[in-house]
Write a protein that binds this ligand. Sequence first.
Ligand code: ADP
Ligand code: MG
Length: 691
Amino acid sequence: MLSTPLQFLKGVGPRKAADLKRAGLITVEDLLYRLPFRYEDRSRMQPIASLRPGQRAAVLGEIKSTNVATTRRRGFRIFHAVIADRGGAIRCSWMNQAFLADVLRPHLQVVVFGDVKLDSSGLHFLNPEYELIGDELATVHTGRIVPFYEKTGTVTPNMQRRLVRSALDALPGELAEPLPADVRERLHLMARRTAVEEAHFPSTEESVDVLNAFRSPAQRRLIFEEFFLFQIGHAWRRRATGDELKPFVPIVDDRIRASAAKVLPFKLTPGQREAVKEIVDDMRQSRPMHRLLQGDVGAGKTIVALLAAIVAMENGLQAAFMAPTEILAAQHYGNIARLLASSRFRVDLLTGSTPGLHKHTLLAHIERGTTNLVVGTHALVQEKIKFHKLGLVVIDEQHRFGVAQRAALRAKGLRPDVLLMTATPIPRTLALTDYSELDVSKIGDLPPGRKPVKTWVKPESRRDEIYQFMREQLESGRQAYVIYPLVEESEKIDLKSATEMADHLQAEVFPAYRVALLHGRMKQDVKDRVMHAFVTGQVHVLVSTTVVEVGVDVPNASVIVVEHAERFGLSQLHQLRGRIGRGQWESHCILLYQAPWTDEARERLKVMAETRDGFVIAEKDLELRGPGDFFGTRQSGLPKLRTGDLVRDRDLMEQAHREARRLVDEGGLTPELMEFVQARWQEQFGLIEVG
Ligand code: ADP
Ligand code: MG
């Protein structure tokens, strides 16, 4: 049984069981779903006479003689055995394993596997792996394709191999099957029992290269199973929430189209038009929209969201527009209020720093419905705000957000349309995990007339040149950012160096201009003041330790200098570069690195210099850093996978996503399958319960 605790397995005592448990292996299933990370072909026996020094080889022979030699080191003994086949003989030596004299006795048949060495007395195997023929567990470690496992506590690879073998031997001939028959048939997936066997102890026909690339049918079947159960959970949740009906369903007619057109200050790009269409189509459905709008920095997501808000408002519904910071909320509010100035809609800004009395009035307006659109921070949905008729919630610049916020809305009995927006392009494979429940729209183009940002990668020894260049830019009226990394371990040092740098830049480098410092440890109102001074042009150079607030729009800034660029991730650099190139001027992103840098850092900065496509950058970032780091530690809520790898097996995740959605949409969820899904979601993925 898969659910049998490992301690009931032959050869597992309480101590070993405890050891395995510490490594997360409690049941037979845990053990069998931890696949080998590597395989080695030990199936072909080589004639001893043909062995060459430096080879890794397996030989089969008879033990001719053995002896235990003592050495000059006290208590250190070497066990020697001579093994012969028909054409030759070879010596094998095991350091400090004198007990082998009782195991490897003369006349026994043995397979040894290891590296062939040459010394003054000829060829020999040093500490090879061995297996007696006729042993009840024969051909576990040699004479076949042999699996290697990640080290588990004090359990040695050999022990684990043996454990897996005896677990497999104790399994029934068939295992309960989580994959529906038609899915298995369509995708040609082997039965679960066979897959488990073959993934650990592949038949000799399998290629070791294919196995090591994790592309054998057995491995792929198990990985698909994992992905599929994960995706079913998402598809089910999407379906369950999608089944709720909206209290108000907007309509769209010519009057509303005209009203939206009146607000538009420019022509939409094709990408924006397509996104608006998808969003408005969703809004006209009876089920709440749950859509993610992806678009690179500067792609123009705000206007798309505003058009959606106009549709809602024209239908007598309220819209809420949420930004991650007060600065951004204020900026959105300013823009939106300007665009809606000639309309009949009332727009309000509500943030944590709204004064109490004013807030009181605002809340009343929102409750009565005289406020049509409220802009604020994310607290907007959590606070005790009562809406009159909330129809649309727009959430700007935040990943990994939707689920919790939507739950908060639903807890308040609200089921508005929800539109999430992000400028951090999310690689497809991650989109399939975090955002599996969402529909996704993508703005792939940029508004016309943008001057592309030029990117330079320079050693920091060229600093003086850079300063000279910045001075020229400042002289012609532009502004500049200087960014410092903030690495958590050395936060204090970095803060100090950033502060000193700001002072230095002010006093010695740019005395004729105003330099200001912005960092995460400042109080919110101080931050706001500094940011405001930069936005309004009173500050010319902004030195910032934290990432300059995502989405901040200062079109007059034409230079960004990133210090220690080698420490930043690709997506972060891309975000930073997106701070400039927002006006009509040519802009420059200067990435300063400090030697020595790693190959990976070099590769990263090269990618930055070569491409501006956020989606390409995101894929590359994922490849270089792996999925765990992609979102940064704070945000890593990725599923804990046992067999699959989000990057390596992305094609399987796509397939699992498709199959799961199809099955759930067709109503094919059986109680048996749901049981599998629930068990996995709780035990493995650690996600909010399904069902
Ligand atoms: P983001 O997608 O990064 O949120 P914004 O919505 O802030 O981008 O838009 C960036 C800038 O581009 C804004 O100043 C906006 O007015 C402008 N913009 C957006 N769409 C267009 C367009 N179709 N034509 C011209 N300018 C546009
Ligand atoms: Mg934006």
